[in-house]
Design a protein around this ligand. Structure first.
Ligand code: ATP
Length: 244
């Protein structure tokens, strides 16, 4: 059984614009899955339907089901979904720029959290992301793009998720940093057993990282399969991998 299952999800913005037209997909427990597609295809919208952020953006899930760990998610607000183990790292590395990395991490925990556990988690994050430990006293706004992306991922991990929704973590990063971020994603998945649903425009790199992928075009899934099968598909190569 899938950890996350979307069944025929439809999303409408402002009551008029049908951005997602009946999408079904699954992420297995501890799976590593990509959602690929061009600009504006609907990838971020799908992630927002899963984490529950759509209402704030005047979007609505008008049809379908989102099931996580056997439970219906659509009736729950975003913080309730985070408590179930479903966390969303938004596109654009949104960290608190005036806070240090440690303060950013603490902001992800509840005021009533067990302090010993919070300390253990912060230590774990600095061990996992040594570059953040080195910049511990700097305000997050002064960190590089790659470091801010690491901080955004670390902050999500503070919630001890079962699944991370990662929206374009490679956006705007130099190639060596993309490799570093993807390596981090691989390790979080392999070592910590956290499932990942990764949104990427960079299909070449993503298909080397994930087990399986879905291709979305104009709000519909047009192809899906294992990473190997998709990477060798001539249509995908022409459209997304720069030809065979
Ligand atoms: P990108 O990589 O550019 O973010 P995407 O595949 O993630 O692309 P979405 O951001 O999900 O695409 O957008 C899908 C469609 O929904 C686009 O046509 C977009 O203009 C529209 N859209 C996205 N957010 C909103 C919003 N808040 N209000 C109205 N329309 C929106």
């Amino acid at each position: 059984m899938s950890l996350l299952a979307l069944n025929n999800i439809e999303v409408v913005y402002d009551g008029v614009f049908l951005a997602v037209k009946g999408i079904s997909l699954g992420v297995p427990k501890a799976g590593l899955v990509a959602l690929l597609g061009a600009n504006g295809a609907g990838k971020s919208t799908v992630l927002k339907s899963i984490s529950g952020l759509l209402k704030a953006e005047r979007g609505q899930v008008t049809r379908g089901q989102v099931t996580f760990d056997g439970e219906d998610m659509l009736a729950l607000d975003p913080p309730e979904r985070v408590r179930r183990g479903l966390v969303h790292v938004l596109e654009g590395r949104r960290v608190f720029e005036h806070l240090t990395p440690e303060e950013n991490l603490l902001a992800a925990t509840s005021m009533h959290a067990d302090r010993a556990k919070v300390k253990r988690l912060v230590d774990e994050m600095f061990a996992r992301f040594p570059r953040l430990a080195e910049r511990a006293k700097a305000k997050a706004g002064y960190l590089s793009g790659g470091e801010q992306q690491m901080l955004a991922i670390a902050r999500a991990l503070m919630t001890e998720p079962k699944l991370i929704l990662l929206d374009e973590p490679s956006l705007g990063l130099a190639p060596f940093l993309v490799d570093e971020i993807f390596d981090i994603v691989r390790r979080i998945n392999a070592e910590a057993g956290v499932a990942v649903l990764l949104v990427e425009q960079n299909a070449v790199a993503a298909l080397e990282l994930v087990n399986s992928a879905y291709l979305i075009d104009q709000g519909r899934i047009v192809m899906s399969g294992t990473a190997e099968v998709l990477a060798s598909n001539p249509d995908i190569q022409d459209a997304y991998l720069g030809g065979g």
